[in-house]
Write a protein that binds this ligand. Structure first.
Ligand code: AMO
Length: 442
């Protein structure tokens, strides 16, 4: 490795000779001096080159001839010079007076995207789009968020799972299933680790988590749907109801938001104009039926045929919760059995309702959680009730035939959390490489 200093560490470095590497962000040619803004993964610094009598600027390569004036944006260079702290320099109060500049790889002069390019165009050139400081921050804070969740899980004795993504059957709805050729037969891409995180309960693991890919053959083009997304899943034994799952869920989110705020709060405010709020606990909880009444009182009727809450209803209830409780999160609970999967436990006194919830963050659903039905006869009946063939589910039903503790858990879309945390309008902005019905490249 060279002696390169990461740009953000220059601030703490004494005046004197330094070497930095990165890509050219801008070149400003003035009569007596040339300025280059050099950026690396950690930040940007100004390089200065006082012009000598040579009006073309300093030649830094002969064949082909490259001068500082002709450096294309995006060219990767290594620069050596004298670091000087100077409060008058707007960019971080430091500059480097160049003694040498080596071009490592040249960039084509015309950059294919600009700051006002459409999201689709930017995704075509994702590696260039990702050079923007905002984008770099998205993935640094996402790393912090995931790390905080993982620390919580590890400290609380959870076991990490890596469940298979090739499946013999659907794990959520058949409509959203990707089918792939599998030797002589067919396989399906996993829509959720649902069955296998539940399997860890009769396996005696107690508490588990997984952060991994999920696939949904969902043809929608909304700002919150992808055909492949990162799902954050957790499942715990010995719960009394979905209330225990919600408590775990809250604690995880508080850990994640607190870590992000502490490490990146100032940068998020500077680049996104958003103040990250660490949510207070408990988050408000509102049964779905009551939420619909509240929304109706505010003048919005969720379509009658819809047992669920639609996106506008979610926005309305979020507005109510913000006004009433000053909270960005709300658990909508007790969804109707008619719109929940067969594996959700139903209320003991009202089979039309389930021990389940959706978590809404700033008006968008980020998660579904529930207590699971662990009594195999009831589970079988509920599967039949949903038109499923228990024989096809036999491998799953077996989990419940040899002893299993009461359990529950949740699944949460990582991109949705990050999108909403930053006030962005699409998960495409916070997904490293987005996959949608008409995007498989890059
Ligand atoms: P559900 O299907 O509600 O529940 O998914 C859980 C969460 O995953 C995210 N999500 C998506 N994100 C991006 N694109 C998609 N197409 C997409 N589909 C879902 C959302 C959603 O809230 N097995 C259950 C969870 C459980 O009960 O443990 C499940 O998958 O943020």
């Amino acid at each position: 490795m060279s002696e390169r200093i990461v740009i953000k560490n220059l601030a703490a470095h004494a005046d004197g000779p330094v070497t930095v590497s990165g890509w050219v962000e801008t070149v400003r040619d003035q009569k007596k001096v040339q300025f280059v803004v050099l950026r690396d993964e950690s930040g940007a610094v100004q390089l200065v080159n006082p012009r000598n009598s040579d009006a073309e600027g300093v030649v830094i390569a002969d064949e082909p001839a490259i001068t500082i004036s002709s450096l294309a944006q995006g060219t990767f260079v290594t620069a050596t010079g004298e670091l000087k702290h100077d409060e008058r320099v707007k960019l971080g109060g430091i500059e480097i007076k160049l003694s040498s500049l080596e071009v490592v790889t040249e960039a084509i002069a015309e950059t294919p995207i600009a700051s006002d390019s459409s999201i689709d165009k930017r995704l075509d050139w994702r590696f260039l789009d990702l050079r923007r400081p905002e984008q770099n921050l998205v993935f640094r804070l996402q790393t912090t968020f995931e790390h905080a969740l993982r620390s919580y899980w590890v400290e609380h004795d959870f076991i990490e799972l890596h469940t298979p993504k090739l499946m013999a059957s659907a794990s959520e709805s058949k409509a959203e299933l990707f089918e792939v050729d599998y030797f002589e037969g067919k396989a399906y891409l996993s829509q959720s680790p649902q069955f296998f995180k539940q399997m860890a309960q009769p396996a005696g693991f107690g508490k588990v988590f997984e952060v991994g890919p999920a696939f949904r053959a969902d043809p929608s083009f909304t700002s919150r749907h992808a055909t492949e997304f990162t799902s954050i899943d957790s499942e715990i034994s010995w719960i009394d109801s979905h209330e225990d799952v919600m408590r775990l869920h809250e604690e995880l989110l508080v850990a994640g938001f607190a870590a992000v705020k502490e490490k990146h709060g100032a940068e998020i405010e500077a680049l996104f104009g958003i103040e990250v709020t660490v949510p207070s606990t408990p988050f408000p909880r509102i049964p779905l039926a009551e939420a619909k009444r509240i929304v109706a009182e505010r003048g919005y009727e969720v379509p009658r045929h819809d047992d669920d809450m639609d996106p506008e209803g979610e926005r309305q209830i979020a507005a109510y919760v913000r006004e009433t409780f000053g909270h960005e999160f709300v658990f909508l609970t007790d969804y109707a059995s008619s719109i929940r999967p067969f594996y959700h436990m139903r209320h003991a006194d009202d089979a039309a309702l389930t021990n389940s919830y959706d978590l809404i963050f700033n008006g968008v659903e980020i998660s579904t959680g529930a207590q699971r039905e662990h009594r195999v006869e009831i589970l079988e009946a509920q599967a039949r009730d949903k038109g499923l063939d228990p024989e096809e589910l036999d491998f799953y039903l077996d989990f419940f035939r040899y002893g299993v503790p009461p359990h529950g858990g949740f699944g949460m879309g990582l991109a949705r959390v990050i999108m909403l945390m930053l006030g962005l309008s699409s998960i495409r902005e916070v997904t490293y490489l987005f996959r949608g019905p008409n995007r498989l490249l890059p």
